[in-house]
Design a binder for this molecule. Structure first.
Ligand code: FMN
Length: 357
């Protein structure tokens, strides 16, 4: 962690977590962030989902819900960013406070409930980025979700696909946030296939021969039987990839008192090993059929490399940025290069799934 971020972090950690987040966004919008190259070595550049990713480290959904800081995030050295979750209508989310830190364990619990400005605000911000897009390296995914009041999820997802399929490099169907009642129920074969049929039909209406890749983001809290069933479902649906995964409902004993009792999804270090295990299980089913984006408790190059060897082609992080600071993507990429060389690999793609022989 840089000296500068140590100082900034102590100020940020004195503020309420959500206030600290809006201060961070404000600083980024005004240009106050360290600029790092996203392409540092050919060994990290990969073709995934039909796009050239300058490096495998992305910022995961939830940090930039309204697509306000795409350019700063990519200029901080991330190879890609996933904006959203956006819902069709604006919504306030759950009552505050709704983000909690366990500093000792480098963990966060959140029960945000998809607060966001809705499609109009999102589209306006996204359009501002599009104007400068040609000059900025990096891939941009849009993560979509349903409004809390929606009783027919497919309607919201289809509407968002219609609206954003042409803007996004890829689209993520988020069915794994624990803070929208009923959302995680979509993680079973029947409801998932029905939903994916609807979103593919919406996509077919608006895109031509090169349809925007669709990914589904799953929770890490799935049994082996569920993983088996869901992998079969995404293969049958013919979508392009999966993201594994979202926050967990687990509450390990070592979490700080008080923090442990907060409702919501747990992220950060306590999730690292569990999510890597779940990625390995998905990889055994999906190997060669579609790529996995691995997420959960990545704070350094070792964590990222473990997920890549478990089967992730790309990785994402959010909580690690809070605890390690804005150099995290660049630090991980430099560390990954060293780890690859130590293992005798010439290119990152050789390490993907290496755990499985
Ligand atoms: C405050 C907060 C808000 C989040 N909001 C979203 C969201 O809107 N959509 C989503 O798919 N994931 C959301 N996530 C989950 C992250 O994208 C990520 O999947 C999860 O936190 C695990 O990664 P991490 O341990 O690196 O944070 C959120 C996470 C946090 C901490």
């Amino acid at each position: 962690m840089s000296f500068l971020y140590k100082v900034a972090r102590s100020a940020l950690f004195k503020a309420d977590p959500e206030k600290a987040h809006s201060m961070t966004l404000q600083a980024m919008r005004s240009g106050a962030y360290p600029k790092k190259a996203s392409a540092i070595d050919d060994a990290l550049i990969q073709e995934v989902l039909g796009f050239r990713f300058p490096n495998p480290v992305g910022l995961s959904a939830g940090f930039d819900k309204n697509a306000e800081v795409i350019e700063p995030v990519l200029k901080m050295g991330f190879g890609f960013t996933e904006v959203g979750t956006v819902t069709p209508k604006p919504q306030d989310g759950n009552p505050k406070p709704r983000i909690f830190r366990d500093i000792e364990n480098e963990a966060v619990i959140n029960r945000m409930g998809f607060p966001n400005g809705g499609v109009e605000v999102f589209a306006e911000n996204f359009a501002a980025f599009q104007k400068k897009r040609a000059q900025i390296a990096g891939i941009v995914g849009i993560n979509i979700g349903m409004n809390k009041t929606q009783t027919e999820p497919a309607l919201d997802y289809a509407a968002l696909i219609t609206r954003f399929a042409k803007d996004a490099d890829y689209l993520t169907i988020n069915i794994s946030s624990p803070n929208t009642p009923g959302l995680r129920n979509l993680q079973s074969r029947g409801p998932l296939l029905e939903l994916l049929d609807a979103v593919k039909a919406a996509r077919a209406e608006v895109t031509d021969d090169t349809p925007t890749p669709i990914l589904v983001k799953f929770a890490p809290d799935l049994s082996d039987e569920q993983i088996d069933e869901l992998c079969g479902s995404v293969i049958d649906a013919g979508i392009e990839g999966v993201i594994v995964g979202n926050t967990t409902l687990d509450r390990p004993d070592f979490l700080s008192d008080g923090f442990r009792d907060e409702a919501g999804g747990l992220s950060g270090k306590p999730l690292t090993e569990k999510s890597t295990r779940v990625i390995g299980k998905f990889y055994k089913h999906l190997k060669g059929v579609m790529p996995i984006i691995g997420v959960g408790g990545i704070s350094n190059a070792d964590d990222a490399y473990a997920k890549i060897k478990a089967g992730a082609s790309l990785v994402q992080l959010y909580t690690g940025l809070i605890y390690q600071g804005p150099n995290i993507a660049s630090d991980i990429n430099h560390g990954l290069l060293k780890l690859l060389r130590d293992d005798g690999y010439e290119h990152i793609s050789q390490a993907v799934g290496a755990d499985h022989g």
